[in-house]
Structure formats: structure tokens, C-alpha cells
Design a protein around this ligand. Structure first.
Ligand code: ZN
Length: 883
């Protein structure tokens, strides 16, 4: 793709298409190197369009145009104009008119994995966001919805299974040939990005589900032959999702069949095509000996997410791609609620906030910051971001907090009723929330339009004589690229005033009275909240449950933090107090290291953790989270400028070593108590027990490495499930010992040939934070198992390196940056989407010290200046460099 003048697309330029398609018939004659596609449909004038007698302009990319027929008459080459991005027919008869187009594409040559491609011999499609245009010329935009009938034919031996969206209609052999065919019809109008086709030699695992109105739905999961025994958990998760959407939202499934296909080469996690979801196989395949607890919970959540899209995304879709968070934010929120209902709500919330802090907040604070609903883009594939997904979900959560559970459900019912079958906007969605609750959400809407994470400065004053507690909150959002001036946001903050005995005190707010719900709303730039009848000095517990995605700037004494760690009845804030205290200790430690001073005292922190571990009322998963210190990236973000990542690593390691040594006996006791008993089950209870075991082992590895190496090797020798193997190895990669390499090699030897486990091996290597990390990564790219064409492998090694190895990627000599830039440039030639995603790893370069910033600039400039760079990579790299 030439890179001279990439076009920017703006929200304000939205216009409805001049014509609307009637039912679409597609015929595929599947061949690996030359697949013929015929599309036949009727177009009518679009009443919503102001354009009259407009030319018909359809998009198409990297396909060969074979023929065009308008009202059954073949067009001559002079009757149309076609470029590498569209087909224009200027002289259109009065609508309605029919169009028949024949095109040809090359699935094997399609290394970008967008459109129709082959993965391990299986024909497969990925059309979101703009892949359909690589199949045929069409209005490839989400607001153009129609009913699809798809006929496909292929060699019967190579492709015994032929699948598409909707319900199966007919199929059979084609007489006199070695081919067969199938016809699928989807009765629900859909946009082209939800089209899917799969053909190949797949094994099917079948089940069924009876819906709330007693309809039977046939369920199928299709995988590579020999992997059928790894589908049981996915099938169970699918049924649980279908049941939950009926109970929680009254949403019933609407086709006779629901199929899932797992493929090994896939750019994203999974795709919600109507009635035919396509998954990255790492989110389907699971056996106790091949998948970890985390894999099991991810599979459950991602199956749910894609299934929930059937209503939020498919039945109601997006008017244009700027509205992406309408379907994604809402569906992430729904899958978070699903996991919270099935597992521990408190643990789920903490895990989600950790993800938000690791992925979204750095984006919001860096050069790639954008509003959840962006107003411009160059390449839409670059906007499948944590901001659109995770912050989008936070916005839905805040609306629920503001209007309450009952009104939220009413608003969702209204949304489904009002917009079913439509391509909607974020405004439409928020209007339902406002109409169902009677609340004015106009200021709240800023969350969709304003980028950046608000900082809320907290000051408090307790007046013992007047028995008042003054809470002053001041909000500020820093400028982000393209948005210099920020306006105050509407921020719902959960809170508690914790009394000396650990009990919540009554909330009597001046001007309001007794609060019905323990929530205050900050809408001004600055506001004083005065609480009355506060009989003793309280400890403030603010933003309980992380009710708003903001950063609190509080001056809390270590004593109060320790108090909240042990006493806050809000589980999230108990964990949060531990994180804040850990963060301040690591930062103080870092200053001491730099100035060669003795480290700060961490005894109180260790004691508080000790108490947490001994508390029998707390569940194991929560204790495991309490043992986790803030990440290196969290620390870098808190320091925010001139960061020396080596010092961050050393300082964090030093605190971990101290805590590990201090807590040694308790950690050993945990190791003894949490041994595997009985058969593996991914239940919340067992998962929690194992997470505590490996969190304890990790901390022990820091504090008593010799003892830990011994225990880890014992664990590895008798590991009966993958969680045990990965848990032990993750603890081991933190130790610089000969055993580390030995055990990593043993793991590879045990699991060579199992691609998902080889990915895990690369991922473990990517995290080894000893000096020379970049050179090791480069050497691993030369390993016979490394494949640049498989996104999972690239994400495991290079993605893992940029995200989980702060000191290695941001090494002062610039080698980490160079190795990643080399990979991006190599990959950009074949798969620009994945290359661009790797490039986002550079987003925090401005936090670093001068030497690192210089080194990052050199590599970013090199990427941007590369001739023939894709628009995907150009957009990310140039914005990262400028921002
Ligand atoms: Zn989604």
C-alpha cells in the first residue's frame, strides 16, 4: 500500500448510502488460489439519502473483477471505473435495479487474515471491520443491512464441512464432479462485517440448548481433527452464556443453530458473526493438562462475550465505526457481569481494574489517547482498543451506578425494543438510559467524547467539635492529542466513612440529608461535600468498587492505608489500599537506591499482609491478589517522568525480596495447604486455591530463592495440570538460576508439537527480566518453532516482551526498541493489523528518561520513514512519535 497521503475519516462526514440493497445472494466456488464469488442483489433508492440519481460506488480491495451485470446486461469496461479501493458505476437507471458481480480472490495468498483466507487448509473469513470488501464489491459499511443467502461449493474430500451464517437450507453432491455444495440462509438482516463462511476438514462436537420459549437450538463446535476432546468446557460455557442472557436480560437466541469454529491463525480473539462465531483456537481448546485456570476463565468469558453480541452488536448494530464502543463497551460490560455472577464479583472487579490500569490508562495518558467514541481515524482496525472496549464498559457500569439496577434493566429493555434491527448510535443508547430513568445524562455523555483519565484531587478535614467531615474534590483531565481543553465530567463515586472499629458510619450530607445509596456525584470542577454528625474521625474509603475510572490523588497516611487494608468492608478498596501502600514503598525504595540510602521500612506492610493471609473469612483468590505488588508499569505510570526502568525493576524486586523473607513461614504454610487434591476442576474455589499457591510461590521465589527453586522443581515433577506447570514456571522465571533455563527447556521438550503450549513457552521466555533480554528475544525469533505468520506466536513472544518486560523492552541501550521495530517492519509486509498492534507497545516511551526517549525516537522515526509502510502502522507509529 502506498503511504503518501493516508485519508482521515471523520464522524461529522457521515452520510447514509444513496441506495439500499434487497436480499443478497452470494455464490462461492472455493479454490485455494482462485475462489470465484458471484453476488446478486437488487438496489432501491434509500429514502434516508438526500442524493438523487447518484452514482453507485461500492468498495472492494485486492480482488479481481471478472464481470459486472446491471439489470442482467453485461457492462463494458467503459461503463464503470474501478480503482484499487472501489468500483463506480456512474450511469445508474432509475431504482430499483439489479446488479450481478463476479470477482476472484486468492485465499492462500491472503496473509493479512482479513477477508477470505486459509488457515491450516481451512477456508475461513474475517470481515470485521472491513474484510468483506476483500471478497466482493459491496457497501461494506455497518449501516447497510440485508438478508444473506449463501451457496458454496468445494472439493468434498478437502472440505467436507461447509458452514455459513443462519440456518442450513440444502446441500449435496454435484453430479459428475468431486465437489459438493451447501446453501445457508440467514433470516436476520445484517451488515457485511458479520458475514462468515468456513469450509474445511473439521471435526464437529455437538450439543443442544432449549431456550426460554422451549425452542431447541443445535449447537456445534468445529475444530481441527484430533482436538474434539478439548471442546467440552467451551460447550458448557456456551450453554451457560445462553442461559444467563435469558435470565439477566430476557434475551433469547433467534436461529435454529449456533456454530463456533476454532482456527489457529486469527488476528483477534474471536468474532461474533451471526450464528457462526469464529474463534482463535486458544479461546476454545481446553483440557486440564493443556490449559491453565486463566485459559478456562478466558474461554468462558470470551464465548459469553461473542454470544452476547447476538443482541448487542448483531440485532442492534453500529451506524458507523465511530460507534464501535456501542457494541463493544456494552458487550464487555455484559461479559464482566456474567463472570461476576458465575464467579466472585469482588475478585472479578479487581482483575478488571488491573486490566484497565495495565492497558487502558496508559493509552489514555499517552500519544494514542482517544475518546471511547473517536471522531476521526485513518485505519479503523487501529481502534479496537482498550479505550473502546474497557473504558466503554466502564461507562456502561457508571450509568448503571447512576440510575440504579432497576432503571438500568428497564433502559436495556427499551433499547432492545426501540432499536432492534437497526444500526444505532451511542446517542440512541444513552437516550434509552435517560428516558428509562428520567435522569439528565447530557453532561455524562462527555465520557464518550473526551479522552484522558480524570484526576480527582481529594482533601479532607475533620472537625471534632462540629462533628463535620469535609471532603473537597477537584477534578482535572490533562490535555490529550487534539483535545487541549477539557470539561468537567460527571463522576459517580462510591464512598464510605469508616469508623474506628471498622464499621461504616451513617452518611448525612449537608444539603441532601441521609444518603439512600453510598454514592456522591461530582459534576463541578471543584466541590465541597460536608458530612454531618460524624462522631469520630473517620477514615475515608473513596471510589469504592472502583465506581469511576479515575485516578485519585490522595494524601493518605500509611497508618490509614494499613487500616483500610485490614478493615474496609469494600473488598476492592481493601486491595486498593494495599496497592497504594505498595506503590509508595516501591517509589521510596527507588529514591533510596538511586541516592544509595537505606530502604524505607516495610514491616507494617508485611504485617498487614500476614494478617490478610491468616484471615479465615477471606477467600483464597482475594488473598492471592493481595500478595501481588503493583506492576513495574504501574510504578512507571505513577512516577510519570524520566523513568529509569532498571531502577523500577530493582526497587520492586527489593521490596518483593523483603516481603518474601518476612512472610516466609506463612508462604511455606500456604504451599503445604494448597496442594492439589482430587481431579482438576476450574471451579472458582479450586481456581482461587491454585492462584494463592502460585502467588505465594512467586513471593517466596523473591525472598528465599534457594528454597523456592527446590519447591518449584518438586511441583513441576508431579504437576498433573497445566495451571501447576505454568504457575511453578512463572515463579521460576523471576529467579536468575541455572534451573530456570533447564526447566524451561524441559517444558518445551514435554510439549513440543502442541502449538498453544509452545506459545506459552515463548511467553514465559518473553518475561525473563535479566540483562540482555532483547538479544534473547532476537535469538528466540530464530528458533525453529517461531513463526511470524501466526499471530498467537507473535503476540506471545513480542507482545509479551513489550507488555510484560518493562526493563527489557525499555532497555537503556535501545536494543529492546530496535528488536521490536525490526519485527514490526518485517511483519508489516504480510500482516499490517498485527504489526500495528505491536507498534502500540511504544505508547509509554515519553515517560522514560532521556537516553531511552532518544532511542525510542530513532526507532519510531525509522518505522514512519519506511517506504511502503501500511496505513495501519503509519497511523500508530506517527501518532506515537508526535503525541
Ligand atoms: Zn466484541
Amino acid at each position: 500500500m502506498a503511504q503518501d497521503a493516508p485519508t482521515t475519516i471523520h464522524l461529522k462526514d457521515y452520510k447514509p448510502a444513496p441506495y439500499v440493497p434487497g436480499d443478497l445472494f452470494l455464490n462461492f466456488s472455493l479454490e485455494p488460489r482462485a475462489t470465484r464469488v458471484t453476488s446478486r442483489l437488487q438496489f432501491s433508492a434509500n429514502p434516508a439519502s438526500k442524493e438523487k440519481n447518484a452514482a453507485l460506488v461500492l468498495t472492494g480491495e485486492r480482488i479481481k473483477l471478472v464481470s459486472v451485470k446491471l439489470d442482467s446486461k453485461a457492462l463494458a469496461a467503459s461503463d464503470y471505473v474501478f480503482t484499487d479501493s472501489d468500483l463506480t458505476i456512474p450511469n445508474i437507471p432509475a431504482a430499483p435495479f439489479t446488479l450481478e458481480i463476479e470477482t476472484e480472490c486468492d485465499p492462500v495468498g491472503n496473509t493479512a487474515l482479513s477477508g477470505l483466507y486459509q488457515s491450516s487448509g481451512i477456508f475461513c473469513t474475517q470481515c470485521e471491520a472491513e474484510g468483506f470488501r476483500r471478497i466482493t464489491y459491496f457497501y461494506d459499511r455497518p449501516d447497510v443491512m440485508t438478508r444473506y443467502t449463501v451457496r458454496m461449493e468445494a472439493n468434498k474430500a478437502a472440505c467436507p464441512v461447509l458452514l455459513s451464517n443462519g440456518n442450513f437450507q440444502e446441500g449435496g453432491d454435484i453430479a459428475g464432479t468431486d465437489r459438493h455444495f451447501a446453501v445457508w440462509h440467514d433470516p436476520h438482516p445484517k451488515p457485511s462485517y458479520l458475514f462468515a463462511l468456513v469450509a474445511g476438514d473439521l471435526a464437529g462436537v455437538h450439543g443442544s440448548f432449549t431456550t426460554m420459549s422451549s425452542k431447541t437450538v443445535q449447537l456445534g463446535i468445529y475444530v481441527e481433527k484430533g482436538k474434539e476432546d478439548r471442546c467440552a468446557w467451551a460447550m458448557e460455557s456456551l450453554k451457560a452464556s445462553m442461559r444467563w442472557d435469558e435470565t439477566a436480560f430476557g434475551r433469547e437466541y433467534d436461529l435454529d443453530v449456533f456454530n463456533i469454529v476454532a482456527v489457529s491463525d486469527f488476528n483477534m480473539g474471536a468474532m461474533e458473526n451471526k450464528g457462526l462465531n469464529v474463534f482463535n483456537d486458544k479461546y476454545i481448546l481446553a483440557l486440564p493438562e493443556t490449559a491453565t485456570d486463566l485459559d478456562y476463565t478466558n474461554i468462558e468469558a470470551i464465548i459469553a462475550h461473542e454470544y452476547f453480541h447476538n443482541w448487542t452488536g448483531n440485532r442492534i448494530t453500529c451506524r458507523d465505526w465511530f460507534q464501535l464502543c456501542l457494541k463493544e463497551g456494552l458487550t464487555v460490560f455484559r461479559d464482566q457481569e456474567f463472570s461476576s455472577d458465575l464467579r466472585s464479583r469482588a475478585v472479578k472487579r479487581i482483575t478488571d481494574v488491573k486490566t484497565l490500569r495495565a492497558r487502558q490508562m496508559p493509552e489514555d495518558a499517552g500519544p494514542l489517547a482517544h475518546p471511547p467514541r473517536p471522531n476521526a481515524y485513518i485505519e479503523i482496525n487501529n481502534f479496537y482498543t482498550p479505550t473502546v472496549y474497557e473504558k466503554g464498559a466502564e461507562i456502561c457500569r457508571m450509568m448503571k451506578t447512576l440510575i440504579g439496577e432497576k432503571a438500568f434493566r428497564k433502559a436495556m429493555d427499551l433499547y432492545f425494543e426501540r432499536h432492534d434491527g437497526e444500526a444505532a448510535t451511542v446517542e440512541d443508547f444513552v437516550a434509552c438510559m435517560a428516558d428509562a430513568s428520567g435522569r439528565d445524562l447530557s453532561q455524562f455523555f462527555k465520557w464518550y467524547e473526551q479522552a484522558g483519565t480524570p484526576h480527582v484531587k481529594v482533601t479532607t478535614h475533620y472537625d471534632a467539635k462540629a462533628k463535620t467531615f469535609d471532603l473537597t474534590l477537584a477534578q482535572k483531565t490533562a490535555p490529550t492529542p487534539g483535545q487541549a481543553d477539557k470539561q468537567p465530567m460527571h463522576i459517580p463515586l462510591g464512598l464510605g466513612l469508616v469508623g474506628p472499629s471498622g464499621e461504616d458510619m451513617a452518611l448525612d450530607l449537608e444539603g441532601v440529608g441521609s444518603l439512600n445509596a453510598p454514592i456522591i456525584e461530582l459534576t463541578e470542577e471543584k466541590k465541597l461535600f460536608r458530612f454531618r454528625n460524624v462522631t469520630a474521625r473517620p477514615v475515608l474509603s473513596l471510589n469504592r468498587g472502583f465506581s469511576a475510572p479515575v485516578i485519585l490523588q490522595e494524601n493518605v497516611s500509611p497508618e490509614d492505608q494499613l487500616f483500610l487494608m485490614g478493615r474496609d468492608k469494600d473488598t476492592f478498596n481493601r486491595w486498593e489500599a494495599g496497592q497504594s501502600l505498595g506503590k509508595s514503598l516501591i517509589i521510596a525504595n527507588l529514591a533510596a537506591l538511586r541516592d544509595k540510602l537505606p530502604p524505607p521500612r516495610s514491616k507494617g506492610y508485611a504485617d498487614a499482609l500476614q494478617k490478610t493471609l491468616a484471615d479465615t473469612t477471606l477467600d483464597a483468590a482475594f488473598k492471592a491478589l493481595m500478595l501481588g505488588l503493583p506492576t513495574e508499569a504501574d510504578i512507571a505510570a505513577a512516577i510519570a517522568k524520566d523513568v529509569d526502568t532498571d531502577l523500577v525493576l530493582q526497587s520492586r524486586n527489593r521490596l518483593r525480596a523483603e516481603l518474601g523473607a518476612e512472610l516466609k513461614d506463612s508462604l511455606l504454610a500456604i504451599w503445604k495447604d494448597t496442594e492439589e487434591r482430587g481431579a482438576y476442576a476450574p471451579t472458582p474455589e479450586n481456581t482461587g486455591r491454585r492462584s494463592l499457591r502460585y502467588a505465594a510461590l512467586g513471593l517466596l521465589a523473591a525472598g528465599a530463592p534457594k528454597i523456592a527453586v527446590d519447591l518449584i522443581q518438586r511441583d513441576l515433577a508431579k504437576a498433573s495440570n497445566m495451571t501447576a506447570e505454568i504457575g511453578a514456571l512463572s515463579a521460576l522465571v523471576g529467579i536468575d538460576a541455572p534451573e530456570t533455563n533447564l526447566e524451561l527447556e524441559n517444558f518445551h521438550a514435554r510439549h513440543a508439537g502442541d502449538s498453544l503450549l509452545v506459545d506459552k513457552w515463548f511467553s514465559l521466555h518473553s518475561q525473563v527480566a535479566t540483562p540482555g533480554a532483547a538479544a534473547r528475544i532476537e535469538a528466540l525469533m530464530g528458533h525453529p518453532d517461531f513463526r511470524l505468520s501466526t499471530p498467537n506466536r507473535v503476540y506471545a513472544l513480542i507482545g509479551g516482551f513489550t507488555a510484560m518486560n518493562l526493563s527489557g523492552f525499555h532497555a537503556a541501550d535501545g536494543e529492546g526498541y530496535r528488536v521490536v521495530a525490526d519485527t514490526i517492519l518485517k511483519l508489516d509486509k504480510t500482516n499490517p493489523q498485527v504489526a500495528a498492534r505491536l507498534a502500540t507497545g511504544f505508547r509509554s516511551w515519553r515517560l522514560m528518561d532521556e537516553a531511552r526517549r532518544k532511542a525510542a525516537t530513532v526507532q519510531l522515526e525509522r518505522i514512519v520513514a519506511t517506504p511502503g509502510l501500511s496505513r495501519d502502522c503509519f497511523e500508530i507509529a506517527s501518532k506515537t512519535l508526535k503525541g
